[in-house]
Design a protein around this ligand. Structure first.
Ligand code: DAU
Length: 338
């Protein structure tokens, strides 16, 4: 069986490519190698005869058409994913996350054979009041340019299903953590900065709640959906762990794991439009027999150790992003403390 994985050099994509190769798939990985991609994530796959890498963009219609032809499955992980960057520049998110998906859908329509699995997010629902959980049919209320772009992509996917009868499945994940995630994200950033005794910029009061799944559990869930095949596909499925924590709890735990004082945690100006809480109802997936295997406390401890050993990335573009995102915030917090 043949699969086209898009965004396979990114965090989730690279873990998924390794799993697909282990399961015996012929994998073509289309990735345009943006700042968030890291080909080293797939160094172990390079010599696998079942693996092919193509450097290119999901918005390149002729290329995408050529690559989709003959595939059994297309798994779309190619996306701009960082909410804070979507606040700084939304256009890149519309291009990759909406236009890119339409380009894939057109190629699949033209090919007439491949199925699509589109990776989406719990953020399409916006903030979910406690103790509610979002079931698959909850209406969308995205808050950020990022989540609006993912919701728009989902609407296109649904339209192609309804209008052209395309075999498409949407998977909505909660917050994913584990090795190889970009350092811009909360857990890697706080793990790396606490190790270096740098202030940890916690947005607002830090009482926002997220649901966290280890990347290995996410990959197993996606594999299960693929194995379950078209009977269970053709709709949306939620992949949530039920492990819900406030940001401040996690920040404190990371300090403890790195043996650093909680005083490193610095409350800074909140993210604009910051959603308070996400919570997925994942009973549909659990009815297929899936359950997460990595308890959050264990997964977090392992992940922090990994970032302590693997976070020395000398990247001028990232240093410049960090200045743009945090310099004024951290200076504001220091002034407020005087
Ligand atoms: O919920 C799924 C989503 O999780 C995915 O769809 C997104 O692609 C992914 O980026 C992630 O979005 P979040 O905004 O939840 O992740 P992030 O790691 O940016 O932030 C997690 C929480 O931590 C969020 O409430 C904001 C907070 N935070 C984050 C950063 C980077 C801070 O307080 N300070 C920070 O410096």
């Amino acid at each position: 069986m043949k699969v086209l994985v898009t965004g396979g050099c990114g965090f989730i994509g690279s873990h998924m490519v390794r799993q697909l190769l282990a399961d015996g798939w012929q994998v073509t990985n289309l990735d345009n190698l943006t700042y968030a991609s890291n080909p080293a994530n797939l160094a172990s796959a390079m010599d696998d005869p079942g693996y092919r890498f193509v450097h290119g963009d999901i918005c390149d219609a002729p290329l995408v058409k050529e690559l989709v032809a003959g595939q059994d499955l297309v798994l779309n992980f190619a996306a701009e994913t960082h909410v804070d960057r979507s606040l700084l520049g939304p256009a890149a998110f519309v291009r990759a996350n909406v236009e890119g998906v339409v380009c894939l859908l057109e190629a699949i329509r033209d090919d007439g054979h491949a199925e699509l699995i589109q990776m989406s997010t719990d953020e399409v629902f916006g903030s979910v009041p406690d103790p509610e959980e979002s079931a698959e049919d909850r209406p969308f209320r995205p808050s950020s340019p990022y989540s609006a772009s993912k919701a728009a992509a989902e609407l296109q996917v649904a339209a192609y299903r309804t209008t052209y009868g395309l075999p498409v499945t949407v998977l909505r994940g909660c917050n994913v953590y584990g090795p190889n995630q970009h350092l811009e994200k909360f857990i890697p950033l706080f793990a790396a900065r606490s190790m270096r005794r740098e202030p940890l910029p916690l947005y607002g009061d830090g009482l926002q709640q997220r649901e966290w799944i280890h990347v290995s559990d996410l990959v197993h869930a996606i594999s299960m959906v693929i194995r379950a095949g078209s009977e269970t596909q053709r709709g949306a499925i939620h992949i949530g762990s039920g492990e819900r924590r406030t940001n401040i709890e996690i920040a404190q735990r990371i300090c403890d794991l790195n043996e650093r004082p909680h005083e490193l945690i610095t409350h800074v100006k909140d993210r604009a439009g910051h959603d308070r809480r996400y919570a997925l109802d994942s009973s549909r997936l659990r009815s297929l027999g899936w359950a997460p295997e990595v308890p959050f406390e264990h997964g977090l401890a392992r992940t922090v150790v990994w970032y302590v050993a693997n976070s020395s990335r000398d990247d001028p573009a990232f240093a410049s992003y960090l200045r743009e995102q945090y310099e004024v915030r951290l200076a504001g917090a220091a002034n407020a403390a005087k």
